[in-house]
Each structure stands twice: as C-alpha cells, then as structure tokens.
Design a protein around this ligand. Structure first.
Ligand code: SPD
Length: 364
C-alpha cells in the first residue's frame, strides 16, 4: 500500500479508537520505527542505496517511487566509471543499484559484482529501444538495463570561441590557455587524444598510448581543470570557454546561457550508454528491480530526460518529451553522426597502460 494511503488509513484508525490511545500510540511508534518501506507486518523498513553519476536523477521521480512503494532511496554519486569500480573493489558495501557505462558493465560482470536480473520483474524493459538492447557489453541484458545514453564532444561559448570548433585540435589552441576544461576521466581523455590523432579510442599499442600521453602533456599548460562534475557551471560563468564534456551536461549549460553550443568534432568521439544494474551483494534485490522497473516507466523516464538532457533508452518516453527535446539532434543524434562515434571497450590488460599514463598526466 502506498505510504500516503497507509498513513491516511492509520490516521482514520487513530480517530476511531480514541478510547485506546495506548494501542494507537504503540501502532504509531511501530510505524515511526519502521519508517518508509515497513510492511504492514512490521518488517524492517527498506532503504535502497543508489550509486549513480552526479546530476543524474530527477528528485520528483525518486519521491514518487518512495511514495508509491514505501521504499526510501538514498543516492550517492561518482564522477567516473573508474571511481565506481574502485569504490566497489574497495569493498564499498551497502549499494543496491549502480549505473555503470557500457564497458564498465563488462568489467563488473567479469569481476562477479553484478546480480542476474529477473526480467519478469522488469516488464518495462519492453519499452527500451531494440537497438539499444543486446549491446556488446551484455548481449542478453542479463545484468544491465539500458537507461540513458549520450555522446562526448566539446561545449564552447560562441561569444569567446571563434571560429566555432570543428576539430579536437581546438583544445590545443594556445589562444584559449587557461579557459579549457577536460573530463576527469582517463578513458575519455585518452580516447579524445587518440581520436584527435585518427586512432581508435580503444587503442592498446603502447606506442600509441605514449604518443597520446605526449600530446596531452603538451596540452596540459592550457588546461584550467580536469573535471567531470562542474564544467557546465564553468561554461556558464565564463571561467572556461571550451569544455570537453558529455552532451546532456553541456546542453544544460546552454539552457542557462544560450551562447554555449555543443559540437562533436569531425574526428568523432565517444558514444556511451549508462545502465541500471543490481549488485550481487545487494540485500534488497527485489526492491532494486522494482526501482529499475519504475525508472523504465515511460513517463518517469521522460521526466528524467527532461531534467538531465541525456537521451532516454526508453522508446516510449520520447513521446512525453517536449518537442524541442525529442527532436534535438544534440540529444538524439542522427545516424550520420552516430556513424562516426565509437564505444569505449574493456581493453583488458592494456588498462594498466592507461592507468599509468593517466597518473603521470595528472601528477606531472
Ligand atoms: N553527469 C552525468 C554524466 C553521465 C555520463 N555518463 C558517461 C559515460 C561516459 N563514458
């Protein structure tokens, strides 16, 4: 029973039983102790712990879930897939639902960290675009449900950057010294430097990574900051003129300051998809799947996209979006753009080369 109705009903009982206040006080005390999610049998309340990207949830939707299912949701955020992985490997316990991107799903599966999903409990999976299911990182979607997807490109302030950037090389333009931010994300930053040189963003050859590192080292003096969490605000305030970043975050900045634009450079960049997954260690797997199913309700998914401005993997959600979002090519890029994008993949042992190069870039 939804919490609202449950408490109305208990309120009614309170009025009807003025003669037995002690009994009522006990009943209320039990409920208060149980809090959200307490079943009518007085079971312990359920709190789900959601570990997701920063600025990736829509508060009204979360509140509606809590109201409808009587389960509380506590949200904690990360800024990169590697941060998520490190926290899980470091034994961060207590999370139920996590939101890894594509390649990180494959890594978490390999590490045995994800629970198998029961598709019967997630009927709204039927609303997910067919072409976004069954992707390389989890072909049967045994462990992951597509949630939001997007691209990686350049956000720029057209009042400050002329001509408009067409190439990643603009991020090496000394005229913008101190006005450039890059994602704080090793696969994205190395991926960008590799694509800028015409390479795959999944290159594993040491020489290619060394060359990418040398280019990033040379660029470093121009870079104000490596951040994945506040570059929208840096763009809006004018502190940076060019930001390597994710589509939705830049579009949110553009909504605040119309001179901010988003471009995917001609050399191409990353296409990515973030997924809803349940951790094997979750003690609330059924509730976690209920949350996932809820997030896939078309109107809830539309609410989320209209806030975060990333494309929903949910096909049915699109009709509930305002037209300017549903038809915005920066949110839903056309096939011709998707064709020059590349998915980040698990590079296996070569990740050690990336890790080392990234650490060197950040410390030197
Ligand atoms: N602020 C939310 C950003 C979500 C980005 N997901 C990105 C994945 C990239 N590889």
């Amino acid at each position: 029973m939804p919490m609202g109705k449950m408490s109305q009903k208990i309120g009614g009982n309170v009025r009807a039983r003025r003669a037995v206040p002690l009994l009522i006080a006990c009943a209320l005390a039990v409920l208060a102790a149980c809090g959200p999610g307490a079943s009518e049998q007085g079971k312990k309340p359920v709190t789900l712990h959601l570990f997701t990207w920063s600025d990736y949830t829509e508060e009204t939707a979360v509140k509606e879930f809590e109201r409808r299912f009587g389960v509380k949701v506590v949200t904690d955020t990360f800024g990169s897939n590697e941060e998520l992985l490190a926290k899980l490997q470091g034994g961060a316990s207590g999370y139920d639902v996590v939101v890894p991107s594509d390649y990180m799903v494959s890594i978490l599966i390999k590490q045995g960290l994800l629970a198998e999903l029961d598709h019967v409990k997630i009927p709204n999976l039927a609303h997910v675009y067919q072409h976004l299911k069954g992707l390389y990182y989890d072909p049967p979607n045994t462990y992951s449900v597509p949630y939001l997807w997007g691209t990686t490109g350049i956000g720029y302030n057209a009042d400050l950057v002329t001509p408009p950037p067409k190439s990643w090389q603009t991020l090496w333009d000394a005229r913008y010294k101190g006005k450039i931010s890059l994602l704080n994300d090793e696969r994205e930053v190395f991926g960008m430097a590799l694509r800028a040189a015409g390479e795959s963003l999944n290159a594993t050859q040491p020489a290619k990574l060394e060359a990418a590192k040398a280019r990033l080292m040379a660029q470093k003096a121009l870079v104000k900051t490596y951040t994945s969490e506040n570059y929208d605000q840096l763009l809006v305030s004018g502190e940076v003129a060019l930001a390597h970043g994710w589509s939705g975050t830049i579009l949110r900045a553009a909504a605040e300051r119309p001179s901010i634009k988003y471009v995917i450079p001609k050399e191409g960049g990353t296409i990515w998809q973030d997924n809803l997954c349940v951790l094997k260690s979750s003690k609330h797997q059924d509730d976690a799947m209920t949350l996932i199913n809820f997030m896939l309700e078309p109107q809830i998914a539309a609410l989320t996209t209209s806030k975060v401005m990333y494309a929903s993997a949910n096909e049915e959600a699109r009709q509930f979006l305002p037209k300017e979002m549903a038809q915005n090519p920066a949110i839903y890029p056309p096939e011709s753009v998707v064709a020059r994008l590349e998915w980040i993949k698990d590079v296996g042992e070569a990740i050690k080369l990336y890790d080392r190069a990234w650490t060197e870039l950040k410390v030197k």
